[in-house]
Design a protein around this ligand. Structure first.
Ligand SMILES: Cc1ncc(COP(=O)(O)O)c(C=O)c1O
Length: 364
């Protein structure tokens, strides 16, 4: 069986696969409402929040677009702290909606620094929103959102703090309420052990206030409508029923294990992967300080064609890893360790990395 180790979509546990084959139900009926209610209740455990959470029928980008459409008006000043391709895309969405975006970029492979956040926000006036990617999947970098949150909260313009946790929530300890995040977005196909198709967005009371005044156009993703339907544990339009079955099963499994254990497992797998990669003589793209608990980036050794290397691992070992994106294309490969994964699958993938390099006569 293919060992899929890309950072989403991630493999599904057998119980989740089974739930995907269940018959359809009336999405305006009691059976659906019970499932919806349970999914939201269990998501709150991992979001660590009492805030509203909505299920959008979309991939992660839909959730990021909903975050722009619902809380801002054209011309609003938004500061985007960007550490890679996905931070870039979110800033682009804000620009598409007419925001006045200040993009503060960090060198690829490094995280947002608190010093820079302090420096930038001290100079800016009337900031309406601050965007940060908790885990930049394109490089495998985790940014310190708890510390950044403190600075954002102290800012006199009172900006909203919005976090893209698409490839990290459900694996990484990020308490929406403790940190004071106003809008938190994630997606089903990453650490949640569910297929693609649902984006989850959580909204703080402060973000609700901003929503009432926000003039950006919206319809499908209008959270006022989601709020109205949530009172009945429904969604405004037809939900992705099968994905919700899967998410329900996966969340029950995750809650049973307990969030602390889930977070610990991901930290252990990160360490394990990084140690093994270093022992092989390969170079990690990200420092220990900024390393992601869900995806590890490895520098492509001199003289190796990344495309050929990935191709060989797929063909000979049936191991599928991801390449770089944008500026890191050809320079790194990425191995994911989130959701339904253990040391066994990682060992197989790490063996494929080592053996394929030998076959390509690469001396490390
Ligand atoms: C951090 C981050 N943001 C945004 C996205 C975009 O999500 P999607 O491809 O589900 O639209 C991804 C996808 O990998 C991501 O990892």
């Amino acid at each position: 069986m293919t060992n899929l180790r890309i950072p989403g979509p991630t493999p599904l546990p057998p119980q989740v696969l089974k739930s995907l084959s269940k018959q359809m139900i009336n999405h305006r009926g009691k059976s659906y409402e019970e499932i919806h209610e349970r999914v939201i209740k269990n998501l709150k455990v991992f979001f660590q929040t009492k805030n509203d959470i909505f299920l959008l029928t979309s991939s992660g980008m839909g959730g990021l677009e909903a975050a722009v459409a619902n809380f801002f008006s054209p011309g609003d000043r938004i500061v985007s702290f960007t550490v890679g391709e996905f931070g870039q895309r979110w800033a682009d969405v804000a620009r598409a909606y007419g925001a006045d975006v200040l993009q503060v970029k960090f060198p690829l492979g490094t995280a947002v620094t608190i010093e820079k956040v302090k420096e930038v926000l001290a100079k800016e006036i009337n900031v309406k929103g601050v965007f940060v990617t908790l885990n930049e999947t394109a490089t495998g970098v985790l940014s310190p959102v708890a510390e950044i949150g403190k600075i954002v909260k102290a800012d006199l313009s009172g900006p909203l703090f919005l976090v893209d946790s698409i490839s990290s929530l459900g694996a990484v300890n990020c308490s929406m309420d403790k940190i004071g995040i106003d809008v938190l977005v994630t997606a089903s196909q990453k650490a949640w052990m569910a297929p693609p198709g649902i984006s989850m967005i959580a909204v703080s009371p402060k973000a609700w206030e901003a929503h009432k005044k926000a003039k950006n156009p919206r319809y499908y993703f209008d959270i006022s409508l989601f709020k109205k339907f949530a009172e009945k544990n429904q969604t405004p339009a037809t939900p992705a029923v099968s994905v919700i079955y899967a998410l329900d099963t996966a969340l029950q499994m995750m809650v049973k294990v307990g969030k602390e254990k889930v977070f610990k497992k991901h930290l252990e797998l990160m360490k394990y992967t990084r140690e093994k990669i270093s022992k092989m003589g390969l170079q990690l793209f990200v420092s220990d300080k900024d390393a992601s608990p869900t995806v590890t980036s490895i520098k492509v050794p001199e003289g190796v064609d990344a495309h050929d290397w990935l191709g060989l691992m797929k063909k000979k070992y049936d191991v599928v890893l991801a390449g770089g994106m944008g500026e890191t294309k050809g320079k790194i490969i990425r191995i994911a360790h989130m959701g339904f994964v253990s040391k066994k699958e990682l060992d197989e993938a790490l063996d494929a990395i080592r053996e394929s390099l030998k076959e390509m006569h690469v001396n490390l």
